[in-house]
Write a protein that binds this ligand. Structure first.
Ligand SMILES: *Cc1c(COP(=O)(O)O)cnc(C)c1O
Length: 361
């Protein structure tokens, strides 16, 4: 097999090599069907089993209660920034948003087109270096919903408690930490996540939502922008992104084979801890997020100067580690270490970091 890069991309991101190999094995002839999943009718019994299989394994892993539907949509998490307010802002047309990073801001911008948005808390004036404490949330009990971003892919912070929003539904963008650790799924009115960070290839967006909440949507909405359309037809109203749904199923079964979300959290914490230890035991690498808000998925950091950061990116690339350059809006370095990043990949990065510090520190 050709050599695989140690890929720290924030998304699309590295996938378990076992999943890629399984997809390759079945690529041309899916389990004796004589065709690829890419070539199958989405109405065929073979595809139906794949579709249900992916939904079932998500339900099991995330303990999704029967009150909640699991939907497969397109348009990425970005389309959810609009679909959430279009469907859920009714009749109050007001919502609370907790702004913890660039993606939350984008969600606010789209929601403002649909109704009145209140910022219930923000840490923007602290460069999004932490998640606000529960006591800082100024929640409106009459809001149609409260929106949070559970993991801030660019800032590198993550919510470690699920806020109590009383009877107001909680909506979460989990694009970059879905299935990274167990969450009380039943406490969320709606969860959405683009697949391409922690779940599989781009092209499918997973939505997990309270079925009753989905009934709120005004029927004047375009058919394809109503959650109800997808809920009523098991996400088979039109052609779904079959291949992406298939690979998400393989990734979820891989997660299950590793021991599920409890085991994922244990391994993610151990991997991230190897990098955070370098911040806590020296001053060459400087983390940008308060300890209690640190993400176990995306780890941004700075070096003593930008010249060294450029060298770090170039030399790490030469050593087989890709996509460590920080997001263009914040600079520095970012290591994205999703579920599928093997511990050996993080160990290679940490060895490289120690070596780089010895040479340049
Ligand atoms: C990547 C990302 C998005 C945007 O996802 P698309 O699928 O590209 O639209 C939104 N929110 C978060 C938290 C992300 O990490």
């Amino acid at each position: 097999m050709s050599k695989r890069a140690i890929n720290f991309s924030a998304g699309p991101a590295t996938l378990p090599v076992q999943v890629l190999e399984e997809a390759r094995r079945d690529l041309v002839d899916y389990q004796g069907s004589g065709m690829s999943v890419m070539e199958m009718s989405h109405r065929s019994p073979e595809y139906d089993a794949i579709h249900r299989g992916t939904s079932d394994v998500i339900r099991t892993l995330m303990r999704v209660p029967e009150s909640h539907a699991i939907l497969f949509l397109q348009g990425g998490a970005s389309q959810q920034f609009s679909m959430v307010p279009m469907n859920l802002m009714h009749p109050g047309r007001r919502a609370d948003y907790v702004v913890t990073g660039v993606w939350s801001k984008k969600a606010v911008k789209e929601a403002q087109r649909e109704g009145a948005v209140r910022v219930a808390a923000t840490t923007e004036d602290e460069s999004f270096s932490r998640i606000p404490a529960a006591s800082e949330l100024d929640l409106d009990s009459g809001a149609d919903y409260v929106h949070i971003t559970t993991n801030n892919t660019i800032a590198g912070s993550q919510w470690w408690t699920t806020p109590d929003t009383g009877s107001v539904p909680l909506v979460a963008d989990m694009s970059s930490d879905i299935m990274s650790h167990p969450v009380p799924t039943e406490r969320f009115g709606l969860i959405y996540a683009g697949a391409q960070k922690n779940l599989g290839p781009a092209g499918v967006t997973i939505v997990i939502a309270d079925k009753e909440l989905l009934e709120r949507a005004p029927s004047t909405l375009p058919t394809m922008l109503q959650y109800r359309t997808f809920a009523e037809k098991d996400s088979l109203f039109n052609t779904p992104p079959c291949w992406s749904i298939y690979v998400v199923g393989l990734v979820c079964r891989w997660v299950a084979s590793q021991g599920g979300l409890v085991a994922m959290e244990r391994s993610n914490r151990a991997k991230a801890g190897l990098i955070y230890d370098l911040f806590d035991t020296g001053d060459f690498y400087r983390g940008t997020v308060a300890s209690e808000s640190r993400s176990i998925m995306n780890i941004p950091f700075r070096l003593p100067n930008e010249e060294l950061e450029k060298r770090f990116v170039a030399e790490s690339k030469a050593a087989g580690m890709t996509n460590l350059k920080g997001h263009r809006s914040v600079g520095g370095i970012r290591a994205s270490v999703y579920n599928a990043m093997p511990r050996s990949g993080v160990e290679a990065l940490v060895d490289f970091m120690r070596e780089f510090e010895r040479a340049h520190g």
